[in-house]
Structures are given as structure tokens and as C-alpha cells.
Write a new protein. Structure first.
Length: 251
């Protein structure tokens, strides 16, 4: 007699594995590019377990493996760095998006209107809406880091899965999900206007280092550290001293 297979248990195992793979993809969405070791640590999985899930997600086209991004200002260590895993366009499409083909068609129509800047005007209007909705949260903060945290909090509320990373020379605002990535990949004006409004809200120069719309795993905005009050006072003092004559009288 053939051995009886418990299909119920097989189904449960499959459902649990599907949930784990969804969790792997969600973790990459919310944290940006991660290595297999990072994922195994975050999800408490064995090296063999995470590799099995990653292989299936790669085969399904949900993930792709890339060389990790390295800033030119960061010294390279010995050895070849481990590859990191990022969501593909297909992978991002499995999560919530606030765009559709109608938005692309509308912007394409606007871009073809002669002697007009309708796409740029729309991008700027959208950026102003970001400022209107999130501006108060940023303005309430008294420090630069507080303003950045306020902006990150607002972006999280809007579905951008945003984190803040402090470095020796500045702060990186990392948006691990972009609800309009599909549209922005065809109309860069949206990213440019968003970057400009970030600069206005934070009262600081900012620089976009990477964008999901360009195929990067995360939208990264660099904000240099604000000068400390001590350094500002020292600079003012030095400037005043430079205007004094040898007798101690201002020239």
C-alpha cells in the first residue's frame, strides 16, 4: 500500500514558507539593500534557511543581487564585500503603490503640450503639497537632527519606509520605498522638485546620492551636518578680531 501523505501539513509548511519569503522581501523594502548575513540576523534564520528563500525570490524575479554601494569617502576594507539583495520593479509592484498607468499617460500628455512646463509645474505643486502636509512637523523641531527626524516621520506616514543614518560628515535620509517610482523613472522632475523641497524644509543644502527611480535600491538624500554654535561663535570672533588695529580699536 502506498504511503499516505498528509496534505494538510504540507499545505501548512508551504504557507509558512510563503510568509517567510514575504517577510524577507518586506525587510529589504523597509531597510534597503541587505546581505544574506544581515537578513539571517534580522529574521533569526539559519544561513541555509535564508539562502533557500533568497534563491527562490531571485528565481521569481522579486529580488536581484548587487554589489554594495560604497561611498568614495569611506575607506575600503580587505576582501571582497558580500553582495546585497534589492527589490526589482516586479518585487516593488507586490507592495502598495499610489500610481497607475493613468498617471503616466496624463504626465506624458502634459509633456507633449507645446511651449509649456506642465510636468515641472505639476512636480512643483506636488512638492509644495509635501511642504504643506509635513512642514509643521519639521518646523517644530529646534535642531537639524530633529527636523530630519520630523521629515522622516512624515515620509513614513506617506509610505516611503524612511530611515535616518548619521555619518561622520552628515546625515543620510534613506527612503526604502517610493510609491511613485514607476512614474518618477519616466519623469525626473518629480525627484528634482522633491529634493528641492527637502532643502527648503530643512534649511540646508541637500544632495541626492541615489534614487529608486534610477534603479538604485534606495533613495538616499545626503544632508551635511549643520555648523555647531561653538564653531559659529569662533568664526565670528575671528572675523571681529581681523577688523581690529594693533591698538585694539576697530578699523
Amino acid at each position: 500500500m502506498a504511503e499516505k501523505v498528509d496534505l494538510r501539513n504540507t499545505y501548512v509548511v508551504k504557507k509558512n514558507e510563503d510568509k517567510t519569503r514575504d517577510l524577507v522581501a518586506r525587510t529589504i523594502l523597509e531597510n534597503g539593500p541587505l546581505s544574506a548575513a544581515d537578513l539571517a540576523s534580522k529574521l533569526s534564520l539559519t544561513a541555509a534557511g535564508i539562502r533557500r528563500h533568497l534563491d527562490l525570490l531571485l528565481e521569481a524575479g522579486i529580488l536581484e543581487a548587487k554589489e554594495p554601494y560604497r561611498s568614495t569617502k569611506v575607506a575600503r576594507g580587505r576582501g571582497r564585500p558580500s553582495k546585497v539583495f534589492v527589490l526589482t520593479d516586479l518585487g516593488r509592484a507586490t507592495f502598495e503603490h499610489s500610481y497607475d498607468d493613468l498617471a503616466v499617460s496624463a504626465l506624458r500628455f502634459m509633456s507633449n503640450v507645446p511651449d509649456s512646463n506642465l510636468v515641472a509645474d505639476f512636480a512643483n505643486a506636488r512638492a509644495q503639497e509635501i511642504a504643506r502636509l509635513g512642514g509643521q512637523r519639521v518646523a517644530r523641531a529646534k535642531t537639524q537632527s530633529g527636523k530630519i527626524d520630523g521629515l522622516a516621520s512624515f515620509l513614513n506616514q506617506e509610505g516611503y519606509a524612511t530611515t535616518v543614518k548619521s555619518t561622520a560628515i552628515g546625515i543620510e535620509l534613506c527612503q526604502h520605498h517610493c510609491p511613485i517610482a514607476h512614474v518618477a523613472s519616466q519623469f525626473s522632475e518629480l525627484c528634482e522638485a522633491e529634493t528641492e523641497i527637502f532643502s527648503q524644509l530643512l534649511g540646508s543644502h541637500v544632495q541626492r546620492l541615489a534614487t529608486i527611480a534610477r534603479g538604485d535600491g534606495v533613495c538616499t538624500t545626503y544632508i551635511p551636518h549643520a555648523p555647531s554654535q561653538t564653531s559659529q561663535t569662533s568664526h565670528i570672533s575671528q572675523g571681529n578680531n581681523a577688523n581690529l588695529t594693533n591698538d585694539g580699536v576697530k578699523s
